[in-house]
Design a protein around this ligand. Structure first.
Ligand SMILES: Cc1cc2nc3c(=O)[nH]c(=O)nc-3n(C[C@H](O)[C@H](O)[C@H](O)COP(=O)(O)O)c2cc1C
Ligand code: SF4
Length: 490
């Protein structure tokens, strides 16, 4: 995991929890409209992948238990984890790319409605992603994966000053590279080949030499529209288009997108496909359905988008008619750490990953609400352009005081609690009823995120080893962790 050079260990902020009356009067617990949806308060649980779907993307009992447990805490809005829009294998991540996924998703909707007595509005985050392969063994890479070209021959000739390499058979080039020192590789392989060897092969939206990448602008609007229609058919209250982090749509928005087909380069071109996807979705689901977007305040990578880009995108999205703007930060592949052989690169291991899920081992600013100043700028730009589209701020927000202060300052309209809701899904009901002191406070040290990185069922260190003798509880595959927290005993 990436760390600051001279990190400072921050303590959780001291806080005072509101009485029930104070909570009732607070901004946080006032209702707000998000498109056609009426949220009972300004509380929001952003998407979190818990690694509980089946290998082929169906909803499991463990998924139902997970979302039921969040719904019992009655946040106003709960966003279901990033769910794949295509009908392709993608491991144990939820999918919505075919009608066969509908029965499971319908059940999920029912479970949340029942558990929250209709209070929690349920949205689903829909995502497209490109291929990322595991880091290969060196020998396999040179023997099988690397496509040998005359450029390799030429570079080896230059390196060895031996003419015979220009006509060397493929097998000899492979043997040469396999037995060469690591320092030699950059002199023979191009940048992408070296990356494929050291990090695993990873597609980019700029790989337009590949027909399936070239055609993304032609196929994605329909794929997203069909997925959004299924979300509506399953009974979800709305969809969130995942235009954040390391995935396809964020890569179109990225300043790194240099496509020359009208979908890359200038900001106006980079936002074109995200808007076309939105319009296709809107056309399919109708005007009376809530469709929002999650995107980045800053990509936190060299040459990436900054908040000025995000302000521009925010205004474009609001103008196009998106119903909410949920702001995240970072989470990119470009600065991710090298994975171990056999593992895939994880886009939350570099500085941009830190900014996405900041921990208490931080710089002087600390992890608490560190993205809020950028969110405020985006909101200001959107409001100044004449739109009232609600903006959701997330990142290191765990107390009522923090949330209330953000709303009082007008920095955001809604407050997202991701890890804090995972640490204690009853946060919302506890705080509203004046039992804030009973909140199990997230320590922001990312045990949960490490599980996500290892593709293990996500739990929280504050509750996954407690009351293990409770009858009927489900355990993680390792047999040592409970999968959902115990209920709240008042
Ligand atoms: C285990 C885990 C899984 C996550 N999965 C998603 C996801 O599917 N989609 C998404 O947009 N963000 C995802 N995030 C990021 C969170 O939504 C949130 O932006 C981030 O944790 C920072 O907010 P927090 O400080 O309130 O936790 C995930 C975070 C965690 C800890
Ligand atoms: S594991 Fe740690 S960071 Fe994650 S929710 Fe629990 S306390 Fe917070």
């Amino acid at each position: 995991m990436w760390k600051f050079a001279n990190p400072i260990r921050h303590q959780l902020p001291e806080t005072r929890w509101p009485t029930q009356e104070e909570a009732a009067r607070s901004l946080l617990f006032q209702p707000i409209n998000v498109g056609q949806l009426k949220l009972s308060s300004r509380t929001w649980v952003p998407a979190m992948v818990p690694w509980r779907a089946t290998e082929d993307g169906f909803v499991t009992e463990a998924n139902l238990d997970w979302y039921r447990r969040f719904a019992e805490g009655k946040p106003a809005a709960l966003v279901v984890e990033a769910t794949g829009v295509r009908d392709i294998p993608s491991g144990p991540l939820l999918r919505i790319g075919h009608d066969r996924f509908l029965p499971g998703l319908r059940k999920l909707v029912e479970v949340v409605r029942d558990a929250s007595q209709g209070e929690t509005k349920l949205l689903i985050q829909i995502i497209d992603f490109l291929a990322v392969r595991r880091r290969p063994e060196q020998q396999k890479f040179f023997e099988r994966f690397l496509k040998i070209t005359d450029e390799h021959r030429e570079r080896i000739r230059e390196l060895t000053r031996q003419e015979l390499w220009t006509s060397a058979p493929e097998s000899e080039i492979r043997n040469f590279l396999n037995s060469a020192s690591e320092e030699t590789w950059p002199q023979v392989l191009n940048e992408r080949e070296l990356e494929s060897l050291q990090f695993g092969y990873r597609e980019r939206v700029t790989d337009t030499q590949l027909s399936h990448i070239d055609e993304l602008p032609r196929v994605l609007p329909e794929i997203f529209a069909a997925a959004a229609w299924r979300a509506r058919a399953a009974g979800f209250d709305g969809v969130e288009l995942h235009y954040a982090h390391a995935y396809t749509m964020a890569s179109f928005l990225s300043a790194h997108n240099t496509r020359t087909d009208g979908y890359g380069g200038a900001r106006e071109n980079r936002v074109r496909l995200p808007l076309e996807v939105y319009r296709a979705v809107r056309q399919r689901v109708g005007n009376d359905y809530t469709v929002g977007v999650r995107f980045l305040a800053d990509e936190v990578i060299e040459g990436g988008n900054r908040v000025s880009d995000a302000m521009y995108f925010g205004v474009e999205f609001a103008c196009a008619g998106l119903d909410f703007l949920s702001i995240s930060k970072g989470g990119k592949f470009e600065d991710a750490q090298q994975p171990k052989v056999g593992q895939a690169v994880y886009p939350y291991t570099g500085k941009s990953g830190y900014e996405c899920m900041p921990t208490t081992l931080s710089d002087a600013t600390g992890p608490f609400g560190r993205t809020v100043p950028l969110v405020a700028k985006i909101k200001e730009a959107v409001n100044q352009a004449g739109f009232e589209t609600p903006v959701v701020a997330t990142g290191g927000i765990g107390t009522f005081q923090q949330a209330e202060e953000i709303l009082e300052r007008g920095a955001a309209d809604i407050v997202g609690f991701a890890r804090q809701a995972l640490a204690d899904p009853d946060w919302f009901v506890k705080v509203r009823q004046g039992h804030g002191a009973a909140v199990r406070r997230c320590t922001y040290t990312n045990y949960c995120e490490a599980l996500d990185q290892a593709h293990k069922q996500v739990t929280c260190k504050l509750w996954d080893r407690i009351e293990l003798d409770e009858p009927g509880i489900a355990f993680a595959e390792d047999g040592r962790r409970r999968l959902i927290p115990p209920g709240w005993e008042r």
